[in-house]
Design a protein around this ligand. Structure first.
Ligand code: ADP
Ligand code: MG
Length: 268
């Protein structure tokens, strides 16, 4: 197992205000899988992603990367294994696209060392893959939403990770740029063999692009399996407390499942 998540628990707050956000999460991910995490807001998706990349220490449980306890790995080793694209990140003011992508090489460099040939190659590849070459000298905060997400993805790529974690990377993008980013992640998965764990808001993107869906509700896994087995009316209705229909639509000769939630409904 490439990633082994074992009984992760996490609470926020103390005393009466203590809320258990992850109630013992366990699952494994094989190399090369494309998993999407689904679930309502507040179900613990971002918290789980943070525990996976050691941005947050769980109260109990462990995460193993290639059989190594993530808490016993060096920061550099973790960063050479996985890269994260957070939900909303701000680059420090005055940072250019190229500088941002350079940060991705930090885990490979010694303090004060300049960029070597390998660093430069990784940076160029990342800029090329995300088609950001022409924008390399632009300040990150002047980019459009779609360009900015590509710049963060380029930084993650320059890190040469084996695992890519993404937290709702398409949320603030229009449909064109949502599709563009999804296609880019799919190509990374297919062409570079990256393992992907991605939180998505958009059910239809989740259904279309993932191979496996993990549904999180109130800090527990409600369903986990191949996308066509999890993306069903009953799972979606229970997961989000809605009534919904799932249809099949045909576009460009391919059939896609599409979910249409049409009313709210409380489940116990
Ligand atoms: P999701 O990403 O699924 O929307 P989160 O993991 O962000 O869920 O949050 C799960 C719950 O934990 C929410 O109720 C949220 O308010 C709470 N929470 C998240 N981060 C913190 C924090 N730093 N301090 C206190 N509560 C938090
Ligand atoms: Mg979140």
């Amino acid at each position: 197992m490439f990633i082994d998540i074992s009984d992760i628990k996490k609470s926020y707050g103390a005393g009466e205000n203590r809320v258990e956000v992850l109630k013992g999460i366990s699952f494994g991910v094989e190399k090369g899988e494309f998993c999407v995490l689904l679930g309502p807001s507040g179900s613990g998706k971002s918290t789980l992603l943070k525990a996976l990349c050691r941005l947050l220490e769980p109260a109990s449980g462990a995460v193993y990367l290639d059989s190594k306890d993530i808490n016993k790995m060096s920061t550099e080793e973790v960063a050479r294994t996985l890269a994260v694209m957070a939900q909303s990140a701000n680059a420090p003011g005055g940072t250019t696209v190229e500088e941002l992508v350079c940060y991705g090489r930090m885990p490979y460099r010694r303090f004060f060392d300049g960029l070597n040939q390998e660093d430069r190659l990784a940076i160029e590849e990342a800029l090329e893959f995300t088609e950001l070459g022409p924008l390399r000298t632009r300040l990150v905060h002047t980019l459009s939403g779609g360009e900015r997400q590509r710049a963060w993805l380029a930084m993650a790529l320059a890190q040469k990770p084996k695992l890519l974690l993404l937290d709702e990377p398409t949320t603030y993008l229009d449909v064109h740029h949502q599709l563009e980013l999804m296609e880019l992640v799919v190509r990374l998965h297919r062409e570079m063999g990256l393992t992907v764990i991605m939180v998505l808001h958009d059910l239809n993107h989740a259904a279309r692009y993932s191979e496996r869906l993990i549904a999180l509700k109130k800090g527990t896994i409600m369903a986990d399996g191949p996308t066509d087995e999890v993306f069903t009316q009953s799972v979606i209705e229970e997961l989000y407390d809605v009534k919904a229909v799932i249809m099949r639509v045909e576009a460009n000769g391919t059939q896609y499942p599409v979910c249409f939630p049409y009313s709210v409904e409380e489940h116990d």
